[in-house]
Design a protein around this ligand. Structure first.
Ligand SMILES: [Zn+2]
Length: 406
């Protein structure tokens, strides 16, 4: 086995180092990235599964390392946090043969495997569902689904307490002199931070776009934090007498009506701060009545059934769409600023202003869909009861059997 593996690997490395990547055309370059991803998955998955066997056989002991992750980090020259996550995944995979097979065959990326394993290890009956989801959903959607599985399967109040106990806010200086901050807190508190920053960030983004600046969203988020701190540390002196108006911070909580009544979530139910993550039902209840809270109770008859045939979008539906689509819904697009609401079936063709027919897109994708013949197509995820979006170019022809709402 080792001779053959060695030979194949050496052949591959020799071949790769002989490639003249500079000479390939655009299509070739894309193909190379595709192939490289297959090679990477093969290597990464083998390393992960092999680390599991190193753990089981204690092969790492006796070489001076304090833990298997320290050994792996030394052995493979990777960062310690990377080694730690490989060790965690390797341990989880021992109990998840189907996920292990999907990882080794290249069907699953390392990132997807981490998410599937994280959910399947606490709720083994969700393994197939999460694997199915990983075939179509973006990593972000998969992570959200896994977080819900974990939240439903663990004692949420205890988990919340543990997270709160381990909270921190640290700062240090990088070798290049930059000031770095890092924090950890409960989802509820994190949401408060994000809700305070978001309106300022949006305001900065709009001002930047007006003046033709295009920087990364996280750069504007940092600017928003600065603006917030400046506001907290300087006295409000108004020379002109005009009041600045800024929309108030809002937190959207989505919760299933049954979970709200029962006091905790059960499998498949949702209690989460939209776009941030699951929270205990008790925390959601604590927030009830707070002015900054919009509670979206999911009882199956709520916003989904409101439709409006005019061009105007009812406020409740708008809120629902905004909290559901926190980023542009084109898969792989992560744009969260300057989003626009699109009628999936156009208003001119009788498309309703309903929860199901509206979707948020970034400016660029909205323009492509409205004017360039691009389509957003809903695809059912086999076995999960859920669905996901696919982005189709004007040339794309759907294979039979897919429902097309675009
Ligand atoms: Zn987009």
């Amino acid at each position: 086995m080792f001779d053959q593996l060695d030979q194949l690997t050496t052949e591959l490395q020799t071949f790769i180092s002989s490639l003249e990547v500079d000479c390939v055309d655009a299509a070739g370059a894309r193909r190379l990235v595709e192939i490289a991803e297959r090679v990477r998955r093969a290597g990464d998955s083998l390393r992960t599964v092999a680390v599991g066997q190193v753990e089981r056989t204690n092969a790492w002991k006796g070489e001076g390392a304090k833990s298997i992750s320290e050994w792996l980090s030394n052995e493979t020259d990777c960062a310690h946090y990377e080694a730690q996550s490989v060790v965690v995944l390797a341990n989880q995979l021992q109990h998840l043969p189907v996920t292990t097979a999907a990882l080794l065959s290249g069907d699953l990326s390392g990132t997807q495997a981490v998410e599937v394993a994280r959910g399947a290890i606490v709720a083994p009956n969700t393994e197939t569902q999460l694997l199915n989801l990983s075939k179509h959903a973006t990593v972000r959607d998969l992570r959200d689904a896994t977080s819900r599985v974990v939240a439903a399967a663990t004692d949420e109040a205890e988990r919340h307490r543990q997270v709160h106990k381990s909270r921190f806010f640290k700062s240090w200086r990088d070798p290049d002199g930059a000031f770095i901050i890092k924090g950890r807190m409960t989802v509820a508190n994190g949401a408060l931070v994000m809700a305070a920053l978001k309106p300022i960030q949006d305001e900065i983004f709009r001002a930047a776009r007006t003046s033709g600046d295009h920087e990364r969203p996280e750069a504007y988020a940092a600017d928003a934090l600065m603006a917030l701190c400046e506001k907290a540390t300087t006295k409000q002196i108004s020379t002109s007498g005009t009041k600045t108006t800024r929309p108030n911070a809002v937190i959207n909580i989505r919760v299933d009506i049954d979970a709200l009544k029962r006091g905790h979530t059960e499998h498949g139910e949702v209690c989460e701060i939209a776009g941030v993550g699951p929270i205990p039902v008790a925390t959601a209840t604590e927030y009830l009545g707070e002015a900054f809270l919009k509670l979206l109770v999911l009882d199956g008859t709520d916003i989904r059934t409101i439709a409006h045939m005019g061009r105007a979008i009812p406020a409740k539906v708008r809120t629902g769409v905004e909290e559901r689509d926190r980023v542009c819904q084109v898969p792989t697009c992560d744009m969260s600023l300057g989003l626009e609401i699109d009628h999936i079936k156009p208003f001119s063709e009788g498309g309703a202003a309903s929860f199901e027919n509206l979707v948020r897109l970034c400016k660029r994708h909205h323009l492509q869909k409205t004017h360039d013949g691009y389509r957003l197509v809903k695809i059912d995820i086999a076995g999960s009861g859920g669905s996901t979006w696919a982005w189709r170019t004007p040339q794309y022809r759907d294979p039979p059997g897919l429902s097309d709402t675009g």
